[in-house]
Unconditional design. Structure first.
Length: 140
């Protein structure tokens, strides 16, 4: 897996109800995921930043639960408000953070679209960002 290009950004965020709160240092630019699991879990495509798991601090996690979405990944969500917050490969040292859960995203920009082969037919990707049929970090 390719190493993350982290911008030196301090961040904080939470779910909608505040049952899960987090802080950290260092974020990757935003990746837009069009896979079926993200579309079903978020109700649309998902936008994720990421950081090294060691750089993420969960300051409140009373309502955080993890769902094993597949044999290779799990998703973190709030059981009170239903907020989708994290995606984590079980083999990685990184964690993806839903961009909408971040209090601010100043300094971040779009990096690309992944799993465009799974894109729903009701929209088009019309920006200039690179598109990948699968994961942009793992050769499939």
């Amino acid at each position: 897996m390719a190493e993350l290009d982290l911008r030196p950004i301090e961040f904080k965020g939470s779910c909608l109800c505040g049952g899960v709160c987090f802080t950290g240092q260092g974020l990757r630019d935003i990746v837009y995921c069009h896979c079926r699991q993200c579309r079903f879990g978020h109700g649309a495509i998902a936008a994720y930043s990421a950081t090294e798991f060691s750089k993420l601090t969960l300051t409140k996690q009373d309502t955080l639960r993890w769902y094993s979405a597949s044999p290779v990944a799990r998703r973190g969500f709030c059981i009170k408000c239903g907020g989708n917050l994290f995606w984590e490969s079980v083999a990685a040292t990184t964690v993806s953070i839903a961009a909408g859960a971040l209090d601010q995203t100043v300094g971040l920009q779009g990096a690309g679209h992944i799993y465009v082969k799974d894109k729903a037919p009701y929209y088009e990707i019309s920006d200039h960002l690179p598109q990948f049929p699968g994961n942009m970090y793992v050769q499939e």
